[in-house]
Ligand binder design. Sequence first.
Ligand code: ZN
Ligand code: FE
Length: 257
Amino acid sequence: MAVLVDQFLCRTDNYGYLVHDVETRKTVAIDAPDAGAVKAALNHRGWTLTDILITHHHRDHVEGVSVLKSEFKLTVTGPRLEAEKIMGLDVMVAPGDMVMVGSTAFFVVATPGHTLGHIAYHNAGDRHLFSGDALFSLGCGRMFEGKPGPMWEGLKQLRSLPDPTLLYCGHEYTEENARFALSVDPRNAALNIRAAEVKRMRAEGKFTIPVSLGMEKATNPFLRSDKPELAKAMGLPPDTDPSLVFAALRGAKDDFR
Ligand code: ZN
Ligand code: FE
């Protein structure tokens, strides 16, 4: 039960991830944003691609599937609810399912909202969470298809995972997200420290991902929708249903400049 993770930026701000199961030498790509970038990473490591796990149907997460499928003997797994929107799916999964890649297990978590069938993959053994565009560091995905209630429930599911879990998300949006987070939660000490660190890291060209889920629980305003200070920041009473606070935060972020 040991994996190596290779992480690379591609397209504009997408993260590509390869997870290599050391024991069985199987290698899974989390989403397929860019076939060329995935192949370069494989070559660099000397790994052979055996699997792709898809989080959702957006083009910047699936565009590389067809080329990679033509060049490797691999299995493409993705959300059953979006099967008709994702070309080349071999295995359809639903929340609660487990996907085995070699000796590594990935649990499928429902994270609807950015897209209706969006799923995240949790490797509990290695404490890795691949959240696609459902959860970002200091932010969350834009709510294109879903409703705030189910999206908040999905984020709560992710929040229930252990603090040391490393969050690997679909984009490097952290610095932008920090600006909004500070605007709604300005007195959060952990957030102020993280935002300053993020700013320095980006100035040095470093990745802000992965980040621990414990850090996100303390700093990400969307994971803190049930805290009275976030309700207050949205002009809502402290006992407001958290899903409504979440909806207000998501709306405010959409309009934030
Ligand atoms: Zn997306
Ligand atoms: Fe995306």
